[in-house]
Ligand binder design. Structure first.
Ligand code: ADP
Ligand code: MG
Ligand code: MG
Length: 938
């Protein structure tokens, strides 16, 4: 990922191309703009708005929230939203805005001036506005916002006169020059910080608020000089010009590298664009009776029903999130500004009821008057998501169906993540405490920059990212870390918000940490921690310890493993509730991929009802089995091979017995041997070294001879392209005795269980079939042996014979194959590999370049490629059903546990998905969401 950041320049050029028109919406918008038709700018103010909450596509999340709040009669400063279409047009027209849209903006600006009772650029009564970015999906801190726009050398004096508050006027002006300078003119922030710190130092000021008017006038002068020096031009004095420049800068920020990186991580498409909100300023920096803050209607880390947030007196918006001054907890606002606090509680409770979800809001209090500046559904940890959704159902604010649609399925996998071993944890001294921003246990090597984090992680090392504060540029490092630890900032700082969203344990505002990022170390309580030293912390309590700490299973797993009683775990009850609700709504069955009895048991406990893939070869790797397997492979005659297989038979039978039993009668799909045989033999190079060593030692005899034979066989089995070589059904065809042994093991285990009164449903699956005759060949063997076992044991067991569809030829001739197969299971890993012609094992070498260049949006091995591999699956489904209408269809590739892929499988009407045991809860929820949001055949 670090490399990707370095490839910025390359991507910026690609960026404009990536914004190519997609879908009818933008094309229509473009045409309409030329004709001067449909609307591109939406007003809100005076209790009425042109837009509403349903218009996120057009207005972005922020714009639609402002419109909705205005319509609800809440105190929102008036303004207008320039739609996301305009962003698309801006890129299409190579950074120009068509005249018709400019005119529409002017018209709305006049409306705003009227509503505000002030005029942009006026000397006596200047209108000041904020220019705010806001896409459909919130991207915290990724794009830019500019406050106090409209100030210039004369307007600032007008503002001073009108408010009789010179300090406030010049504080606003210096903020504006700095924001405009860095965002629009792209002057590094440091250049301004440097001057600001110098003035503070010279005047002996500790806090920003200690600077008086005279000092701030000096800051403004110095800032203007910075602008002149760095940009070669004077700071623009025409507010109308300022407005256009700021608007365009917001559009440009949509394509900045960190925003692109963010969208890549969260799968947000590039083409949707951002809206721009122009809104009358309200001021939290007029003095002690003013404030600004952010909050949540419930705790976004734990889900607890408590008012949660922070504020700063005498400050402007970005101060709270930036972590410059440590803000106060929101509950203290009750003491400082009681009237505004009460109103804020009332309004935010109303908003939560209205949106039927936790709200994340921004507000500003100007001289005791409250203004709402933003509301949106709050981002939350997986843990909080489950707590909140179940609480909202209990409070009758939402139905179970709403709850299911509200939770990101990944939240459930977060709940399964391990925590610390409490004994080990408790025994260690607490080094320091910070704010518990995002729960979970993190332990890893300390690193001090995002790039270092990526470097260490690439080497497979767990890391904890330690920063004074994180900035949006750190996102790639946060992504690969076990946890994030910062010294400044509050519960709504960047590190906290992003940490929660990523489900990364995070502690922020651990103020005792003395971090020296340049020297890559921090000290706390007299101890120094250098890069690479171990740090551990608990994101739920905020405790930090300087040691490596082992983790232990999550509460959910403890309940499932009976280490904890179900009734003692509140989170388990909620987790179970969500899944029980999901089961009511889903159509597809959920199975698990499991090879061993213990995995099967866990999968069953997680709610899997069936095994979609039991890989028999994994059993060959079990304790003491490899020598027998090797003996089978080394055999040169059928007789020798059968002798080895006879030894494997009881072992496999035992495994199958266990897996069947763990599934309590649910279907179990067992795949016959699949990988190339050399995977079970030692590596050629290693053998050669061993032989050379023995020879050098002058050894001779049995050991040396054995090794030589082995080497000879390894060389015989060598394949240039084993993935396309002698594997899958091809093995069963050349060595039918392997299929015989495996069938016998399966059927004997099944018959044994039936004798014991336990139901079993074996499904024998032949892999890698591309031609119906391959399957027929194997089916003859399977049926012969199965019937023989049934006869020998006198027990009747119903079994199915089917195949994996994972070779494109198999998919394209699925009608013929269905004649011999009672079920299909899509092996989407191999099918993706063979449809793309990408070797699964080598794709890592170039995939990143493909996604960077936007040749592919996503890794097709992680998220199913609906466009290309999709039609292959669809064809096989249709052909298969044509021959055998009741054919059972499932998927057992890695995609079976991926929510986006599950939506596709719902659409094509598969009967079940199968995934790894730990993904089963995710798949249950995702399948319910799919059933509720798409229809079979769509
Ligand atoms: P972000 O999406 O990064 O939160 P915002 O556009 O919400 O960016 O604005 C950044 C900060 O500026 C927020 O704290 C917000 O409340 C504040 N802000 C934005 N517009 C105004 C305004 N018109 N008056 C006062 N504060 C504002
Ligand atoms: Mg905001
Ligand atoms: Mg396969």
């Amino acid at each position: 990922m670090a490399k990707a950041m370095a490839r910025t320049a390359l991507r910026d050029r690609a960026a404009v191309k990536a914004m190519k028109p997609k879908g009818v919406k933008t094309k229509a918008a473009r045409g309409a703009a030329r004709r001067g038709g449909s609307r591109h700018v939406y007003f809100f103010g005076n209790g009425k708005a042109d837009g509403d909450r349903t218009m996120k596509d057009t207005l972005g999340g922020k714009g639609s929230g402002l419109a909705e709040m205005t319509n609800a009669g809440l105190p929102v400063p008036p303004g207008f939203t320039i739609s996301t279409d305009v962003c698309t047009i801006y890129y299409q027209e190579k950074a120009k805005i068509p005249a018709a849209i400019e005119a529409e903006m002017q018209e709305n600006l006049r409306k705003l001036e009227k509503a505000a009772g002030a005029t942009l650029g006026s000397d006596e009564n200047p209108l000041l506005v904020s220019v705010r970015s806001g896409a459909k999906f919130s991207m915290p801190g990724m794009m830019d916002t500019i406050l106090n726009l409209g100030l210039n050398d004369t307007a600032v004096e007008g503002l001073k006169t009108r408010t009789s508050n010179g300090r406030f006027a010049f504080d606003s002006y210096r903020r504006f020059i700095q924001m405009f300078g860095s965002v629009v003119l792209e002057i590094p922030k440091d250049a301004f910080e440097h001057e600001f710190e110098a003035v503070k130092r010279e005047r002996g000021a500790k806090l920003d608020t200690d600077l008086d008017e005279a000092a701030l006038r000096e800051v403004v002068d110095r800032y203007k000089k910075v602008v002149r020096d760095k940009s070669g031009k004077a700071f623009p004095q025409d507010p109308h010009e300022q407005l256009k420049m700021a608007r365009n800068a917001v559009f440009r920020s949509w394509m900045n590298p960190r925003a692109q990186e963010y969208r890549r991580i969260y799968d947000i498409p590039d083409h949707i664009g951002t809206a721009v909100n122009v809104q009358m300023m309200v001021f939290g920096n007029t003095g002690e009776r003013s404030a600004t803050g952010v909050g949540f209607t419930r705790n976004p880390a734990t889900g607890a029903k408590e008012f949660y947030g922070e504020f700063l007196v005498n400050a402007q918006g970005e101060d709270v999130v930036a972590g410059i001054r440590t803000p106060q907890p929101i509950t203290e606002l009750e003491k400082v500004l009681p009237k505004a606090y009460k109103e804020l509680r009332t309004i935010t409770s109303r908003l939560e009821k209205h949106y039927r979800d936790v709200q994340d809001f921004e507000f500003t209090i100007q001289d005791e008057r409250l203004f709402m500046l933003q509301t949106r559904n709050g981002k939350r940890t997986g843990y909080a998501a489950v707590v909140i959704a179940t609480d909202l159902v209990e409070e009758k604010l939402i139905t179970p169906k709403d709850a299911i649609l509200q939770i990101d399925p990944e939240a459930l996998s977060q709940l399964l993540a391990p925590g610390f071993d409490q004994k080990e944890w408790a025994a260690l001294p607490v080094a320091t405490k910070g704010l518990p921003a995002s729960p979970g246990a993190a332990s890893g090597h300390a690193v001090f920059s995002a790039d270092e984090a990526v470097k260490w992680a690439d080497r497979g090392k767990p890391v904890v990212l330690v920063r004074r504060e994180t900035v949006p540029d750190d996102i790639h490092g946060m992504f690969v870390s076990q946890g994030i630890l910062t010294a400044t900032g509050g519960m709504t700082s960047h590190a906290a918000v992003v940490g929660r969203q990523m489900g990364k344990p995070s502690i922020v505002g651990a103020g005792e940490l003395q971090i020296n990022e340049a020297q890559k170390q921090f000290s706390v309580g007299g101890k120094t921690v250098k890069e690479g030293d171990f740090v551990s912390f608990d994101g739920l309590t905020g405790e930090v310890k300087l040691a490596k700490v082992a983790s232990k299973p999550s509460e959910i797993l403890q309940v499932l493993n009976r280490q904890m009683k179900e009734k003692d775990s509140d989170i388990f009850r909620r987790f179970n509730l969500i899944l029980t609700w999901s089961d009511k709504f889903r159509r597809m069955g959920i199975r698990a991929n499991a090879d061993q009895p213990d995995q099967a048991e866990l999968a069953y406990a997680f709610g899997a009802r069936g095994i979609g893939l039991c890989r028999t070869e994994h059993m060959f790797f079990g304790e003491g089995r490899i020598p027998v397997v090797q003996q089978m492979i080394l055999a040169t005659t059928e007789k020798d091979r059968r002798a080895a297989l006879d030894k494997l038979l009881p072992l496999q039978r035992g495994d199958f017995y266990g897996v069947f039993k763990a599934m309590h009668g649910e279907p179990v799909t067992i795949r016959t041997i699949d990988p190339p045989l050399h995977e079970f033999l030692p590596k050629r190079e290693e053998l050669m070294v061993e032989i050379a060593t023995l020879e050098a030692k002058g050894k001779s005899g049995k050991e040396l001879e054995e090794k030589r034979t082995l080497l000879h066989r390894v060389e015989q089995l060598h394949e240039f392209n084993p993935m396309l070589g002698h594997r899958g059904v091809r093995l069963g065809i050349t060595y039918p005795e392997i299929t015989e042994m495996q069938t016998r093991a399966i059927m004997e285990a099944a018959c044994q269980l039936v004798k014991e009164g336990i139901k079993v449903t074996p499904e024998i699956m032949i892999p890698l079939v591309g031609h119906v005759k391959e399957l027929r060949d194997q089916k003859v063997v399977v049926d012969r042996v199965a019937e023989a076992v049934i006869k020998e044991t006198g027990v009747k067991v119903k079994y199915l014979v089917g195949t994996m569809i994972e070779v494109p030829r198999g998919a394209m001739t699925a009608d013929q194959i269905a004649d011999a197969a009672q079920f299909f299971s899509f092996g989407t890993n191999d099918l993706t590999q063979l449809t793309f012609g990408f070797s699964r094992d080598d794709v890592g070498k170039f995939l990143r370049v493909y996604t960077d260049k936007k040749i592919l949006d996503k890794d097709p091995f992680a998220t199913f490629d609906v466009d290309g591999v999709g039609p292959v699956v669809k064809t096989a489904v249709e052909l298969g059903r044509r021959t055998r209408p009741d054919i059972k269809l499932g998927v057992c590739g890695e995609h079976g546990g991926d929510p986006a892929s599950i939506h596709f499988f719902e659409k094509v009407g598969l009967d079940y998905v199968s995934c790894s045991p730990y993904r089963v809860p995710v798949a249950r929820l995702a399948a319910a969401q799919a059933a509720l949001s798409v229809r079979v055949g769509d």
